[in-house]
Design a protein. Structure first.
Length: 269
């Protein structure tokens, strides 16, 4: 593992493991951290450069990196990703984007299309709210209730952990719960709204790269209908439903996830 010396890389606790002509750029999701990609680092570092980092407000990122006015929309996180790409000179990138990391990566790939080769979405959603013609999985009342839990400093961490895992918190999954508990409520409140009030459906047709859409069939945050919507509306996409349950199958079902990535027929693998 190489600890990187650029300013943003230091602030985001970024590292590169392995080497190779292609780069895997790993972007985690809400209230998570770069450690959820440890199984991908182990599996791909012999053939790829694997870049992991902590998004602002999460993990071991510098607390001063997160700014409400910058990160109240996912575009702020996408600008951070572009900054990391530019500072490190990353090229031939395949994104591994989990949850909010997927739309962040899509936005970054539209900003720097020449740097990307492909995108892998993990439990991704372009819109979480239902409307008349779209089933995103949540009603407005559900989302507003979650905001009230955060704003009232109630047990939003327990609600979120249950949604991420969709199973009891066993010892191997304890770190997921611990990372959720470690997030500042003011960060959670702003970023939750950036996620659940977003709508990136109109950007899907603009995607310039092949996309592998992955998720479990029992994801409490993203129903199957969303994965199928992505598959239909991205110009060049494949869909792989993975075994197991929950929102982070790259961590809970790493063998199946890594096999799906290796089977993705793009030049990067």
């Amino acid at each position: 593992m190489t600890v990187l010396d650029s300013r943003f890389a230091r602030q985001s606790s970024a590292s590169i493991t392995g080497s190779g002509p292609q780069t895997l750029l790993c972007a985690h999701g809400f209230c998570s951290h770069q450690g959820i990609f440890r199984h991908q680092v182990a599996a791909f570092a012999q053939s790829h450069r694997v870049v992991t980092y902590d998004l602002a407000g999460f993990g071991q990122s510098d607390p001063d990196l997160w700014r409400a006015e910058h990160h109240q929309r996912l575009e702020g996180y996408a600008a951070d990703m572009v900054r990391l790409i530019d500072e490190l000179g990353l090229r031939r990138i395949t994104l591994l984007g989990a949850s909010m990391g997927a739309m962040i990566g899509l936005l970054a790939s539209l900003e720097r299309p020449e740097r990307f080769s492909a995108l892998v979405f993990i439990g991704a959603s372009p819109r979480y709210l239902n409307d008349a013609t779209y089933q995103g999985g949540f009603e407005r009342a559900d989302v507003d209730g979650f905001y009230r839990l955060i704003d009232g400093r109630q047990d939003w961490q327990g609600a979120l952990t249950g949604m991420l895992l969709n199973q009891p918190v066993s010892l191997p999954l304890q770190e997921i719960a611990e990372n959720v508990r470690g997030v500042r409520p003011e960060v959670a409140g702003v970023v939750a709204r950036a996620i659940f009030d977003s709508d990136y459906r109109s950007l899907l047709a603009q995607a310039r790269h092949p996309v592998l859409v992955t998720q479990t069939r029992a994801d409490s945050a993203v129903p199957e209908s969303v994965a199928r919507y992505l598959h239909r509306n991205l110009p060049n996409a494949e869909l792989a439903f993975l075994p197991g349950v929950g929102h982070i199958p790259n961590f809970t079902e790493p063998g199946a996830f890594n096999a799906a990535v290796r089977g993705f027929p793009v030049q990067a693998f």
